[in-house]
Design a protein around this ligand. Structure first.
Ligand code: GLP
Length: 248
């Protein structure tokens, strides 16, 4: 589908379900080939079907995460792990509590860390000392953000505290009772942290992502569209559904 020499592999599926199933097969294959894989995991609506399929594979086909480790991409600043809207709770409810991933293998940024810089450093170091991320699964913001690396004049390479863009606050309101409740800052892996992963699987579903997908197809790298940095990575799979592919 893509031009010669382009490293990004594009898979277009009929719908969200098929995208989720294909993603789950890729993740399951990774875990079967390397049971002690380090997985980079996202939150949001996009990976929900993927998590459902992985739970199904675990319960019905004995897919085991017993030796696997996870590193979540980001966490809202100021929210503790027990906060109902924290990304940790999201992961617990939608994935962790349904599979055999050991608690001690779950790595998360602490949204209420007293020393944010130290916390980012701890997380970054933990990824490195664990051998790096084998498979990083990503969603994409409507504005092209990855994790909470928002468009702007510059991007940060390492894990850091980030300000959410106004459109991200609006988009993430769906998980809160009101827009005011959405935290304005988050701890997030940096673009460099993400790009160090051995393999990246980016998922996008629905019409609201079609502009971002179109931008991602452009052969250029710019901080004004953070996802464009994925173009420099040698092993990226772009797994999107028909609606997200609408404008390409
Ligand atoms: C959030 C997350 C991203 C996610 C994106 C898209 O703000 N920080 O990791 O990929 O927005 O979310 P959704 O899948 O709900 O569209």
């Amino acid at each position: 589908m893509l031009g010669k020499g382009d490293k990004m592999r594009l898979i277009i599926t009929d719908d969200f379900q098929e995208m989720s199933l294909r993603a789950a097969r890729i993740v399951a294959g990774q875990v079967e080939l390397k049971p002690d894989s380090n997985l980079g995991l996202p939150t949001g609506s996009t990976p929900l079907g993927l998590y459902d399929y992985l739970i199904k594979f675990h319960k019905e086909e004995n897919l085991s995460f017993a030796k696997t480790s996870s590193f979540n991409l980001d966490e809202y600043y100021g929210l503790g792990q027990n906060h109902p809207k924290s990304f940790y709770q999201f992961m617990k409810e939608n994935f962790f509590q349904e599979v055999d991933l050991p608690q001690e293998n779950i790595n998360f940024l602490q949204g209420r860390a007293e020393d944010v810089e130290k916390e980012c450093y701890r997380f970054e170091n933990k990824i490195a000392s664990s051998g790096g991320i084998d498979l990083m699964i990503l969603g994409i913001g409507r504005n092209g953000h990855i994790g909470f690396n928002e468009p702007g004049e510059e991007l940060k390479s390492h894990t850091h505290l980030a300000d959410l863009a106004p459109e991200t606050i609006k988009a993430n309101q769906k998980f809160f009772d009101s827009e005011e409740e959405v935290p304005r800052q988050a701890l997030t892996m940096g673009m460099g942290t993400i790009l160090k992963s051995r393999q990246i699987l980016l998922m996008a579903s629905g019409k609201s992502k079609s502009w971002a997908v179109k931008e991602l197809m452009k052969k250029r790298v710019t901080t004004e569209f953070p996802a464009s940095f994925l173009r420099v990575h040698p092993r990226v799979i772009l797994l999107i559904d028909q609606e997200a592919a609408d404008r390409i």
